[in-house]
Design a protein around this ligand. Sequence first.
Ligand SMILES: Cc1ncc(COP(=O)(O)O)c(C=O)c1O
Length: 377
Amino acid sequence: MKVPFLDLKAHHEPIREQLDAAIAEVVDAGAFAGGPFVAKFEKEFAAYCGAAHAVGVGNGTDALWFALLALGVGPNDEVITVPSTFMATAEAISFCGARPVFVDIDEATYTLDPGLLEKAITPRTKAIIPVHLFGQCAEMDPILEIAGARRIPVIEDACQAHGATYKGQKAGAMGAAGCFSFYPGKNLGALGEAGAVVTHDAGLADRMRVLRDHGQARKYYHSHIGWNGRMDGIQAAVLSVKLRQLDVSNLRRRSHALLYDQLLGGNEEVILPAQGSSSESVYHIYAVRVKDRDQVLQSLAEKGISCGIHYPIPVHLQEAYRFLGRGRGSYPVAERCAGEFLSLPMFPELTHEQIHAVAEELLLCLSAAKPQAVCAK
Ligand SMILES: Cc1ncc(COP(=O)(O)O)c(C=O)c1O
């Protein structure tokens, strides 16, 4: 059986008419860059996250960058984050002129290990960005406590965690700011590029609104040097439609994860994703860990099962960050996980038959690879 990693066509099919109507409305209104459709979505998304404000921007990278800039992060500052993330988290820090300082991840949840945080803080630390990786919130209480005691703002990278909760609070609404990507494959995805920052702080929201629009609060009066980072109207209208489906989609993802857990549990060749006791993951990605990962990935691909790797190289080992001087061995958990992560197909429309097929083939691959792995030792 062929199983795609992601099936956006199946995702959009049932709401196609609503999407077409929403797009037509924007075309009729001619409100393409910012405007009323963006303002409407911002209101809806802020309410969904339990935040006072949302600022729609061009993508998740913009969201992180504007949040950092609006908090005053700049040259000679340090910002703490994790090496197990998409490159964009570190890029946003670097584009402020600041330096990313990495803290290793917890081996069970794959999010920032709060036990290592205090040691990484210096007088230059101007922000901390925990990443809610794969749809699971970082262990926020100790992170907020350590940061709060030093008045360091926490920016949540919630780009993979739309609707995830930690102790009943929604991802994005726990720190000073929460950054989201609406890249098409995300749990809440646009039909193109889009992003948003949510915050409780009206002043911070205002600064980000100015930054995303060339540094102007009033047309042609530029108080700051900003950028063009506006959300476009068509994406906002589409996101308003798709936001209504988000909870149902997330529930489906959670039930698929449960089925994968049941089918793969008990096999010592595969490490399943663990949920923190205070967290409700929305499984943007269902990543298991296996030895001989690349071989397993290839064998599954030959059987028609498309998997992914998120991410094969931790950020500190990327060529672009060689100048930080953090070589192999600097963040052992992140490095080990990067060599073992295997993301299985995960999307709301996945069928039980497909999940059974993926689990069966994965277990077959692992049992076939077992003697080889023993020989290799
Ligand atoms: C953890 C994380 N941070 C940031 C981003 C950047 O978002 P975008 O691709 O919308 O710029 C992504 C997107 O893949 C992400 O997964």
